[in-house]
Write a protein that binds this ligand. Structure first.
Ligand SMILES: [Zn+2]
Length: 460
């Protein structure tokens, strides 16, 4: 098995004598960069000076990081400019992330040209895991704005000697499926549900792709299997968010966990309730600290993503840490209530997440997309699922699809139930034929309508 190309890249960057990346050399580099980051943050940012006033002057070891306070999305939302460590004219790109919650203000992230160079470098090396010079790579991510994710990816691919084809997010999957053929595409980078929609629209004989990279959102096994089978290719997944400068980690050929971009970021997994480090193998919240970012460094930033470090060494031989797939976001868990009239919303220990629904729902043939919402019209939780299915599946038997979906959702509700006392929940599934365009890609989540209602019922 080929060792992940991140290894020699990081070994060269940290300037060790060995061609082979060694863990102790990497940690020495991380500590030196961490000290730099803390010093710069205190020197250049008023917010950090205040925020770090009780933290150690200088971390003496990587373990000392635990004495530093966490930072959060709210901190970025409230005073983004105060987190800047360079003057505004050194900022090359500002990314504004609208929030779906009620908090109002959007999140703004600031990057210098050098910050963006590091991302391009990471994309270049990460893509080389499954892309060769000369490959034609279709980019199904936003790419029109200079500095956008697709634009940076295209620049990285040119450096790799590959040929980027900038398309943007998918609106009509049937049209993009034609492009695979007409442009003789080798590699596709796109959003999992959009690639699923394309796979469902693909007519035989399908073109043979070399590889597919999932980006932006959770990729269920059901989607991965379908994509690999449809285009006879290998599918890879990567982990990243804007706050990380887009790239955080990527799968190697073993495809079991993301190898992390550890020269640029220090990752932790913590118990979200106590803030204490979770042992390797235990699930918790992913926290990261930027080590080389200059515009807006982030120290112990809480991502809200739940995952774990995979213990042991990867079969590819890399010493880079591996993060398991994100199981859910902290605020993406919907808890069933139970049947009693006096039960409060979320009273049981039965949880459902979008990832669990995805696995079950996307396994049903013909499903292109769906939305889910939880309500409580009486004394019973009620899960409503609205699914779009391909027109051929709809014509052949909408009722059959609906029944399969109902069984799939029931299996999710049962899967983590205490069988002695299952928590009841009614289910309603609606099936409609898919008509382009696809919904605009956004962070997908189960809509929980119960909380507002509960407040109405019990004011004060
Ligand atoms: Zn590996």
């Amino acid at each position: 098995m080929k060792r992940i190309p991140l290894d020699p890249w990081i070994a060269a960057r940290i300037g060790g004598p060995e061609r082979l990346l060694q863990r102790d050399a990497l940690q020495a580099w991380q500590l030196a960069r961490l000290r730099e980051t803390v010093t710069i943050a205190r020197d250049k940012s008023r917010w950090y000076r205040r925020h770090l006033q009780n933290a150690p002057v200088e971390p003496r070891s990587l373990d000392d990081l635990t004495a530093f306070p966490f930072s959060s999305a709210d901190d970025i939302r409230q005073e983004p400019m105060q987190l800047l460590c360079v003057s505004q004219d050194q900022i090359n790109r500002v990314v504004t992330l609208e929030t779906s919650g009620t908090t109002g203000s959007p999140k703004r992230l600031y990057f210098t040209r050098d910050d963006q160079e590091l991302t391009i470098d990471f994309f270049n090396v990460g893509m080389s895991t499954f892309t060769d010079p000369g490959d034609r790579v279709l980019i199904l991510l936003p790419c029109q704005t200079p500095g956008s994710v697709g634009d940076l990816l295209a620049t990285a691919l040119l450096r790799l000697g590959a040929i980027p084809i900038k398309h943007g997010v998918v609106s009509d999957p049937a049209v993009v499926v034609e492009i695979l053929q007409s442009e003789r595409v080798d590699v596709v980078v796109g959003i999992p549900v959009q690639l699923l929609a394309m796979a469902r629209c693909q007519r035989e004989p399908a073109p043979r792709l070399k590889s597919v990279l999932f980006a932006t959102d959770y990729a269920s096994d059901a989607i991965r299997q379908l994509v690999q089978k449809t285009w006879h290719c290998e599918a890879y997944d990567h982990y990243g968010m804007t706050e990380m400068g887009l790239g955080g980690g990527v799968e190697c050929d073993a495809r079991y966990g993301y190898h992390l971009r550890e020269a640029d970021m220090l990752f932790e997994v913590i118990d979200p309730a106590t803030g204490v480090a979770a042992p390797d193998g235990d699930y918790g919240e992913v926290v990261f600290t930027t080590l080389t970012r200059r515009g807006m460094p982030l120290i112990r930033y809480r991502t809200g993503d739940i995952s774990r470090f995979i213990p042991g060494q990867c079969p590819c031989g890399s010493c880079l840490k591996r993060l398991d797939r994100i199981t859910h976001r902290i605020n993406g868990v919907v808890v069933l209530t139970g049947q009693l009239a006096q039960s409060r919303v979320g009273d049981s220990d039965t949880q459902i997440t979008m990832a669990r629904l995805d696995e079950a729902v996307f396994s049903v043939a013909g499903v292109i997309d769906y939305s889910a919402s939880m309500s409580r019209p009486g004394n019973l939780d009620h899960l409503q699922l609205d699914a779009q299915v391909s027109s051929s599946n709809f014509k052949q038997g909408a009722e059959k699809v609906r029944e399969s979906l109902t069984v799939a959702v029931q299996s999710v509700l049962r899967s983590n139930q205490n069988s002695a006392a299952p928590v009841p929940c009614s289910i309603e599934v609606q099936v409609i034929p898919f008509i382009a365009p696809l919904r605009r890609p956004a962070k997908r989540a189960i809509v929980d309508q119960r909380l507002a209602r509960e407040f109405d019922q019990f004011p004060g």
